[in-house]
Design a protein around this ligand. Sequence first.
Ligand code: ADP
Ligand code: MG
Length: 342
Amino acid sequence: MLATGFLVLAVLTVRQVVPGRGDVHEIAGHALGTTYSVKLAEPLSSSRGAAVATAIEGRLDEVDELMSTYRPDSELSRFNRHRSTRPYPLSAPTLEVFAVAQDVFERSGGAFDVTVGSLVDAWGFGPGDRSSRPSTPEVAALRSRAGSEPLALDREAGTIRKLAPDVVADLSAVAKGYAVDLVAETLVALGVSSFLVEIGGELRARGWKADGSRWRVGIERPEPAERTVHLALDLADEAIATSGDYRNFREQDGVRLAHIIDPRSGRPVPYAGASVSVVHARAAVADAWATALSVLGPEAGSAVAEREGLAALFILPGSGGYVTRATSAFRAKLGAGTLIER
Ligand code: ADP
Ligand code: MG
């Protein structure tokens, strides 16, 4: 969850294949400005392990080359430099990510908005090394460039069009989830039937382990310094993404600024030390919604998630510890006995 726009590391992808306990093997490394881990519940010969690892790296490099805001040569960076309202041709993956973003933009009433790109930069969470707070007029000017559906997708033509030439898009809140989906699809294509893919905290599972159990994941408490599992959840063939202000924030003039921008105010969401997790079949959709619900907060966010039939869980500071707020779709997982609260 540290990644913002895929800070490019000196080493693009570093891979490690670790034989684990029983039949679980792990392929891990760095990509997209964060870490990844792929666990496979099957016997893995070294040649098969190498082939799977190479396929995974290929997909991660692909997403980085297309959607990184840190790479001036990425497809997204080139699109951002295209200061024109003429249609711009995009690759199928980037178009797909824009389509997920557009859908969540509409359903969340604009809380999720990839056109916050310039605001992300202005508040110091982008590729630039800005350290001063933007002035109120600057925020107002940048905000006027974002929101109100400033992008038009034409999936048949394979193009996207800026409705204002200076719109800058940031796909960071959805691309990591999308990369998780791509890796999962690649594993299925390679005949892997049971796996857990994780990239920077976004996960997707499939199948059962050798002992017949599901992949169990921990949802952490939203504490900045410690890593304590608050809830354990068994994933079926589904994904979970978590968003929050508790790890990726900066202190400026004694104020904690979250890296999530509220497009309605043009300002970082007020720091609340909270998190929200979304379970969905697709990691890209879960990722986008986790960010959208972070913007909306537990009150409005729970209502929107409920209306959308989303399985969402907020963890918030409360009465000496943490309290949770789950939608009925999330509670249904609880009812099935898959959720253990600690
Ligand atoms: P993380 O990267 O920590 O998993 P997110 O998925 O929530 O967290 O993505 C946060 C990133 O998304 C920010 O760093 C910024 O680049 C971008 N972003 C910030 N606010 C919004 C927003 N309201 N809608 C879409 N993207 C956003
Ligand atoms: Mg997200």
